[in-house]
Design a protein around this ligand. Structure first.
Ligand code: F6R
Length: 607
């Protein structure tokens, strides 16, 4: 979704604004712009498409000024064009905005009736026009913002620059994140700590309904008319953490970080000395939990689907997995004593947040598995189990997903122990299997060239690709298909192997690659039958299995990869890395935009 940056500086700010916008590119966008004050007047440069276009505009027409705002826009209201790109401005105020103003039409009708003329198709312009109307009636920027906040509905974050006011920037948030950065006689405001990372490590986070006045020496934060204090925290993010290192893409770097971040996450949730799981104190007793509802979107939801197999098997707990965008409107009855687990990398996904709010209204205990501890989902939850993946910049989730799985498996083991469905010996065996994971993932990464070969020879030229799995490998098949379609734009679907004969098998011919995710687990024989069914119809089989599986089926596949041997419980984590590599190298062969696939945004803060 959109990225926001604002700076009150001592030197020209345009290069810094551009630099911050580059760090926000990961969120996904289709136009960009900056505005500064030049001799007290708002001046701006905007461009459709990628930041290089904006850079070219700025080269042709430089923009001086020591105070300014910048934006990358992911279009919601009004197509991606220069006219709709932010900052949206009148002669009094310029606005950058993330989110949606839900009552924009009603506000616009009133403003048009006042005789105001709109220049864009955006909902954002009502904020600029509303503030202008207040400013023209002699209100100060502070009074105007306070009054506007009371009239705006929806989920948004915005930053405003006022003509004639070199001394202030104002920000406001409801639902979307906004962080304030404290420098030395300079101040910053942006979507997240990543945007601010090289400028300052002293950051405070605005809460819902906060609006803030930034001056060169600090910020004053209000809720309504009341001043409030927001603590300044030390952000651990450094520019090094958010660079690509020696990798061609952030996604490849993040795939390669998995042994490390899985290890870091394991360290937080396992005690290797006692070979046991140690979760933080939970505000509920696993023995009294009536049902677990897991919710999330996209990849995060697939993590929940894998966890369902774990909770059911290890803790004999009833688990429902619900796509957040459906759960929030379906309003399912949730039993007393239930726990709702929200899974989210960003912690800002609006559907997941709203599904969690619904679960709260149903008196569920809220547990979240998130990668951003300051996020809205984390703040709403009764307890947070963080993933220690570090910043994930590639739009397609990789290391966040595998660390979500680590945390969810630890939770399922803890639940099994507490409920007496998992023996101490079993726990030790599973913990040992988890501890071995970073090494096994490393071995998989060492076989990268095999994945490249399959991607180039078998997948890249395909029009359709199917992924099959059974048991906990079924959601891995779904994840493999999602990764392939979002990165390479090849149509791909994941199926539970047993479902093939109920429809999808009609698609099989000698042009359709079928990736079979088949660790030798207790239902290996079943996926082996599905493999034979595809083979009998001439399908092009790509087998992902271990030594025993490849010995049995490898010769019958067009191509196969021998995965390291692991306990079947942790296989979904390892096999996910394999499907990530297949998708990455297929996209590389096709030359698509891997870190920012078309139409996608990293953090989906609008519906
Ligand atoms: C796919 C992907 C998305 C996200 C989804 C939820 O690779 O990354 O499907 O998983 O948009 O995002 P978070 O986890 O931030 O809630």
């Amino acid at each position: 979704m959109c990225g926001i940056i604002g700076i009150i500086g001592k030197a020209p700010v345009t290069p810094l604004l551009l630099d911050a916008l580059k760090r926000l590119e990961y969120r996904g966008y289709d136009s960009a712009g900056v505005a500064t004050l030049v001799n007290g007047h708002i001046d701006r440069r905007r461009a459709e498409g990628k930041l290089v276009n904006l850079e070219a505009r700025l080269k042709a027409e430089p923009l001086p000024g020591t105070i300014g705002i910048g934006h990358t826009r992911w279009a919601t209201h009004g197509k991606p064009s220069e006219r709709n790109a932010h900052p949206i401005a009148t002669d009094r105020v310029a606005i950058v905005h993330n989110g949606i103003i839900e009552n924009f039409q009603e506000l616009k009708d009133g403003l048009v009736a006042e005789g105001r003329r709109f220049d864009s198709d955006t909902d954002t312009e009502v904020v600029a026009q509303l503030l202008t109307s207040y400013l023209e009636s002699q209100m100060s920027p502070e009074e105007a913002m306070g009054k506007a906040m009371a009239r705006l509905r929806g989920a948004f974050a915005l930053v405003a620059l006022f003509s004639g006011r070199h001394d202030i920037l104002m920000g406001a948030r409801r639902g979307s994140s906004l962080a304030v950065g404290y420098g030395d006689g300079e101040m910053y405001i942006g979507t997240d700590a990543l945007a601010l990372a090289p400028f300052t490590s002293r950051v405070s986070y605005l809460e819902d309904d906060d609006w803030a006045v930034l001056k060169a020496d600090g910020a004053t934060v209000y809720q309504g008319t009341q001043k409030v204090k927001r603590p300044i925290k030390k952000s651990g993010l450094s520019s090094a953490l958010i660079g690509k290192g020696n990798h061609q893409h952030f996604m490849l770097k993040e795939i390669h970080e998995q042994p490390t971040v899985i290890g870091d996450t394991l360290q937080s949730y396992l005690d290797p000395a006692t070979r046991s799981v140690s979760l933080p104190a939970l505000p509920f007793d696993w023995n009294k939990v009536s049902r677990v509802t897991i919710t999330g979107c996209g990849t995060a939801c697939y993590a929940g689907m894998i966890a369902k197999y774990w909770f059911e098997k290890l803790a004999r707990l009833a688990v429902e997995v619900d796509v957040a965008s459906e759960m929030r409107y379906r309003e399912p009855p949730l039993p007393d004593g239930g726990v709702c687990i929200a899974v989210s990398q960003s912690g800002e996904t609006v559907d997941t947040l709203e599904a969690l709010r619904y679960a709260q209204s149903q008196k569920q205990t809220l547990l979240s598995v998130v990668n951003v501890p300051e996020s809205a989902i984390a703040r709403l939850s009764d307890v947070v189990l963080p993933t220690l993946a570090g910043p994930e910049i590639g739009v397609a989730s990789t290391k966040a997903f595998t660390t979500q799985l680590v945390v969810l498996l630890a939770a399922a083991i803890a639940a099994g122990r507490a409920r007496g469905t998992l023996s101490r010996d079993e726990e030790e065996r599973l913990v040992l299997a988890m501890i071995e994971l970073p090494a096994r993932v490393n071995e998989t990464l060492n076989m990268e060239e095999d994945y490249r070969r399959i991607a180039e020879n078998t997948l890249a030229a395909a029009r359709d690709v199917l992924y099959l799995g059974r048991g906990s490998s079924f959601p891995v098949a779904l994840e493999g298909a999602l990764k392939l379609k979002e990165l390479s734009y090849i149509h791909a679907e994941g199926y539970a192997g047993g479902e093939m004969k109920h429809g999808p098998i009609a698609l099989i011919d000698d042009e359709v690659p079928v990736v079979v995710v088949a660790p030798t687990d207790p239902i290996f024989d079943k996926i082996a039958s599905n493999f034979e069914q595809v083979r009998a119809r001439g399908g092009r089989l790509v087998l992902l299995s271990d030594k025993a599986g490849v010995a049995r089926l490898g010769a019958k596949a067009e191509t196969s990869i021998m995965m390291p041997d692991v306990d079947p419980i942790v296989a979904p984590i390892l096999y996910t890395v394999a499907v990530q590599l297949l998708a990455y190298y297929t996209a590389l062969a096709k030359g698509t935009d891997i870190d920012q696939p078309r139409n996608l945004a990293k953090s989906v803060t609008v519906e």
